[in-house]
Design a protein around this ligand. Structure first.
Ligand code: TXA
Ligand code: MG
Length: 333
């Protein structure tokens, strides 16, 4: 175990005062960790683009895979996603609990586009851990939270695990002791009367089948989790993308990064100061906006291939590659 450094996050008791501190940190756009019945989450305000970008930076993920959004109850979920039919039936059976539904995102949802990593779906969960529930109630907004580990490591089930790995990158950890389940939530997507298991977890296929009266189709990919073919709804701009462009050509929209003397119509800047977290926060919204301009192509300036720049470049490359664009969002996260 590494010795905690002076600026390491504190594990704080989940008393009303402790939860108030966590809420204040979320409101300030900071990262916190909180217990759920599965594993500890690395939480941020899901409506704050920069806070969501900071999650990816803290985990050191080389690409943007979508995050689960946590809400206190079914009514709150219905405010961000379309929840009806079979999906609603499963929600009523398994929420609150270790169960995540991938649902169509509402156009009106105020959730950061980065949470969905450009997909038009959103993964939602209503946890049943009392500390998580209380935090979500008091915060009153959605909390985006992957497991609170560095990318590629094991999911944490004790507050000390979180401090060891992420102590210098987060504000605080709410103490919930040992997580009851110790295994991530089950992730399910409903397509008509087909129930797809995207990630096996605490709730078993047999439990789901018993509620739905239908079989559960496993579509997770153990051997090759990033293989293409799972998701048809990944956002790719209609316009062509021209990467590593130093200037736009006639008619092109322009996505800039850092200082540039260029002035052209249909130009947006991911981060005039060259800040990669700010750039990640703006990426999906700016791509969409430039695409809406109707330009046949979007020229994109080079982004440094370091830190969050790796994930930004990964996403840009995939948006630039020939259609059809299909890829798996399921990954070890
Ligand atoms: O138990 C859990 O689910 C924990 C606690 C903190 O809630 N969270 C968790 O999150 O395991 P994370 O980020 O480590 O895993 C999220 C998984 C990823 O495999 C991701 O690809 C998938 O959810 N996912 C998220 N949004 C999705 C979407 N719109 N479509 C398909 N898969 C999605
Ligand atoms: Mg994870």
């Amino acid at each position: 175990m590494k010795a905690p450094s002076a600026n390491s996050a504190k594990i704080i008791t989940a008393s009303p005062a402790g939860i108030d501190k966590a809420v204040a940190a979320l409101e300030a756009g900071k990262l916190i960790s909180f217990p759920t019945e599965t594993v500890y989450g690395l939480g941020a305000d899901a409506t704050n683009d920069r806070a969501v970008a900071a999650i990816f930076a803290a985990k050191g993920r080389p690409r943007f895979n979508p995050l689960i959004v946590h809400l206190p109850d079914i009514a709150a979920v219905a405010g961000v996603a379309r929840l009806e039919g079979l999906a609603l039936k499963l929600a009523q059976a398994f929420w609150p609990g270790p169960f995540t539904l991938v649902l169509p995102r509402l156009e009106t949802a105020k959730i950061s586009l980065l949470v969905s990593a450009g997909l038009d779906t959103i993964a939602v969960r209503v946890p049943r851990h009392p500390v998580a529930t209380e935090l979500l109630r008091r915060f009153g907004k959605a909390v985006a939270a992957p497991s609170a580990n560095i990318s590629g490591r094991l999911s944490p089930t004790r507050p000390e695990h979180v401090v060891e790995e992420l102590g210098n990158r987060i504000e605080l950890v709410l103490d919930g002791g040992l997580c009851e389940a110790g295994l991530e939530s089950t992730i399910v997507r409903v397509a008509g009367d087909r129930i797809e298991l995207l990630r096996p977890g605490t709730i078993t296929p047999a439990q789901i089948s018993a509620v739905a009266g239908l079989p559960v189709v496993s579509v997770h990919e153990d051997e090759n989790p990033s293989a293409p073919g799972q998701l048809k709804s990944h956002y790719a701009p209609r316009a062509e993308l021209r990467l590593n462009a130093t200037a736009p050509e006639a008619g092109e929209a322009f996505l800039a990064f850092g200082q540039t003397g260029i002035k052209t119509p249909n130009m947006l800047n991911l981060s005039p100061s060259g800040d990669l977290t700010e750039a990640a926060a703006h990426l999906f919204a700016m791509l969409r906006e430039l695409d809406r301009s109707g330009a046949p192509a979007i020229a994109v300036m080079p982004i440094p291939a370091e830190g969050l720049g790796l994930a930004i470049n990964d996403r840009l490359k995939r948006a630039a590659s020939p259609r059809p664009q299909e890829e798996a969002a399921y990954e070890q996260a």
